[in-house]
Design a protein around this ligand. Structure first.
Ligand SMILES: [Zn+2]
Length: 435
């Protein structure tokens, strides 16, 4: 059985836009509306799974937990049964407690953010209820397409991308796969297309609300299939950008290319999935690296940048006798749809190495989405942590930890190992009866 629902979440008052530290004013209007979309699936044994997509930068932990609490209370579902995806649009609203160090927020702005975040939690729970109330017999199919606009941003200067692409000399790993989960009604109408792409949703940096290229892709698919919801999930695109970028025409163009990739998959042939759903979630404890010293924090604390605000906040903690955080809880989720389709959903801004590694380890048809449930930091691989040691101090493996307000400037070196071991455990549990 499957049911769908969607709800517009464009803020009704001027609020700060999420994702860039360089903005100087709140949103000035709407390019296209923001949405949450919900797909509810129920298998032959009555086990239910809920997929939520959202045109947001990243769902912070407090919103994820409040939504899980609401969904448990209202519908008796546990956290492993709901996936809360964010599209990582940088033209969506700032959410509660997320990246506050990087924006010049005053109390009035923070109050608006709190109010909006609470409203968003209610809307998500209510929209889940709507999708559950519309369950109807359905078929579920799976397939993969391809779109090639994602570029490894660590290895290709933005200004050289057009030339390098023409010459075929783009560098660094990418993941151009477009996994598609399609849900069809008994009479063959498309009810939902859930698709993943590993590429920062950052074509646009204007001061207007939009879902960026992913928003254009969803709108295009829903225009072509008026009975369907089109749901974008970010893949492991932590180190991938849509390049070249920065114009509405390009965002629209990438959206159309992604929608076309999904359409090609929908045209078939696709793999038919049995009505057998398994859902698992594990909270993994990730270790932070060496904590910053007082001297280091003092040297950073003067000034008005996000680094200064971060350092000043940590200094306050230390001086008040509050220890800096040493570990971070990390949600790793995996579903099995039918006998064979594995779908990992990872928290955080995960770099592309994880998707490539999981596919090598668990098989080519494995899907990996990221930016899911809690977006608390970048999740670099060991390769990227190694590359980003001083003096390079790259963004994904190093300086982004300050953007996210974490208690250290780096993860410990075992971050990839701990996540990979968690993935092994989840897969063992999903296949525990040997089937
Ligand atoms: Zn990002």
């Amino acid at each position: 059985m499957a049911g769908t629902a969607r709800c517009e979440i464009t803020p009704r008052e001027p609020m700060w836009l999420a994702g860039y530290a360089s903005r100087r004013r709140p949103a000035q209007g709407t390019l296209h509306p923001l949405w949450i979309r919900v797909l509810a699936l129920r298998d032959a044994r009555g086990h239910t799974g809920i997929v939520v997509s959202s045109d947001t930068l990243g769902i912070p932990q407090s919103i994820w937990q409040n939504v899980c609490r609401g969904v448990k209370q209202e519908f008796g579902l546990s956290a492993d049964q709901i996936m809360l995806h964010s599209s990582h649009t940088h033209t969506g609203p700032v959410l509660r407690g997320a990246l506050y160090d990087i924006y010049p927020l005053d109390e009035q702005q923070i109050e608006k953010i709190e109010r909006y975040s609470e409203w968003l939690e209610d809307r998500i729970v209510a929209t889940v209820g709507q999708a559950l109330s519309r369950l109807q017999p359905a078929r579920v199919t799976a397939g993969e397409g391809k779109a090639t606009f994602a570029v490894n941003r660590r290895n290709n200067p933005e200004a050289e991308v057009v030339q390098r692409r023409a010459e075929g000399t783009l560098q660094g790993p990418t993941d151009h796969t477009v996994p598609v989960l399609a849900v069809w009604s008994a009479d063959g109408k498309l009810l939902a297309a859930v698709f993943t792409y590993a590429c920062h949703n950052t074509c646009l940096s204007l001061d207007e609300w939009s879902g960026d290229y992913a928003g254009f892709a969803q709108t295009e698919l829903e225009n072509v299939h008026p009975d369907a919801v089109a749901m974008f999930c970010m893949g492991c695109g932590g180190d991938q950008n849509p390049l070249p970028r920065r114009t509405v025409e390009r965002a629209h163009g990438y959206g159309l290319r992604l929608a076309a990739a999904v359409e090609r998959v929908l045209a078939g042939p696709m793999r038919e999935l049995d009505a057998d759903l398994r859902t698992e979630l594990e909270m993994i404890t990730l270790n932070l690296g060496t904590p910053p010293t007082m001297e280091r924090l003092e040297s950073l604390a003067s000034g008005a940048s996000y680094r200064s605000r971060w350092a000043a906040r940590l200094l306050d903690d230390l001086r008040a006798g509050r220890p800096l955080e040493r570990t971070v809880p990390y949600p790793l989720q995996a579903w099995r749809l039918g006998r064979n389709q594995l779908w990992f959903c990872m928290g955080g801004e995960v770099v592309v190495d994880y998707a490539l590694g999981f596919r090598k380890r668990f098989g080519d048809s494995v899907w990996v989405s990221a930016y899911c449930n809690d977006v608390m930091a970048y999740i670099p691989s060991l390769r990227i942590l190694d590359e980003d040691r001083p003096p390079r101090n790259g963004y994904e493996g190093n300086t982004s930890m300050m953007v996210y307000g974490r208690g250290a400037e780096r993860w410990a070196d075992d971050v990839e190992q701990r996540i990979s071991e968690g993935a092994e455990r989840l897969v063992r549990r999903l296949t525990a009866d040997g089937s």
